[in-house]
Ligand binder design. Structure first.
Ligand code: ATP
Length: 220
């Protein structure tokens, strides 16, 4: 089968998947013209404490949430590796699988982008992909909060032209405004722990799964 020419990847803990993730992926797919967005759950997030629900549950919730969207697919490669889920390793593995010509677009919120220089081998990421940064609501005012090294990287690599993301397989940074949905998994988990409703923050089938398996309840 012919590989899609421009692929988006959304990595995350998805603990749980919510409408902020889905809407961000959908808007970026439209804005850039992505044929596919791969939702890639992380096994051992290097930057945070271990999620309290199993990766099997997180995968199941991603599967439910993306069902019915023909552009969205699940990619479990980070769960099939042992050790930390480093983005650079996922990109190297995707390149080996899909070839040098495919344009890979790593999608991330501006909060995640601001922490980019703490990522493993971050300076090599743009050799393998473009970085697509969605403005995320909240205090992360991207330009004001940029570290000098990220400001310099943005100065060298930013493009305002989505056509460039199709012409080259990697190397650019593109910033996109999206509908601000101030939804976070942290808030969803905290709300569930208090026994309150999280309806309309995530897909109904994901909520049904959470209820069925009694996830994120105070007493498990
Ligand atoms: P947590 O609250 O547990 O930190 P999260 O809601 O930030 O989780 P992640 O799975 O860590 O979700 O996020 C994966 C990616 O999706 C990150 O790049 C993050 O910036 C982005 N993202 C998460 N929520 C939103 C949102 N509401 N709008 C835009 N981007 C988002």
């Amino acid at each position: 089968m012919k590989s899609p020419a421009v692929i988006g990847i959304l990595g995350g803990t998805f603990n749980p998947l919510h409408l902020g993730h889905l809407r961000m992926a959908e808007e970026l797919a439209d804005a850039i013209g992505l044929e596919q967005v791969r939702f890639m759950p992380a096994a051992h997030p290097p930057h945070r404490a271990e999620p309290e629900v199993s990766s099997a549950h997180r995968v199941a919730m991603v599967q439910l949430g993306i069902a019915g969207n023909p552009r969205f697919v699940l990619d479990t490669r980070e769960l099939e590796r042992s050790g930390h889920s480093y983005t650079i390793d996922s990109l190297i593995s995707l390149r080996a699988e899909l070839g040098e010509q495919v344009s890979l677009c790593w999608l991330l919120g501006s909060d995640a982008f601001l922490g980019l220089s703490s990522w493993h081998r971050w300076q090599e990421l743009l050799e393998y992909c473009h970085l697509i940064v969605a403005y995320r609501p909240g205090p992360a005012e991207i330009h004001a909060d940029l570290s000098p090294e990220l400001r310099s990287l943005l100065g060298k690599r930013q493009t305002h032209d989505t056509a460039r993301l199709h012409q080259k397989p990697a190397g650019h940074i593109y910033l996109q405004d999206i509908t601000a949905l101030d939804i976070s998994a942290t808030h969803i988990r905290a709300t569930l722990e208090q026994g309150l409703s999280v309806r309309y923050l995530l897909p109904d089938n994901v909520l049904a799964y959470i209820n069925q398996h009694k996830l994120y309840r105070d007493n498990g």
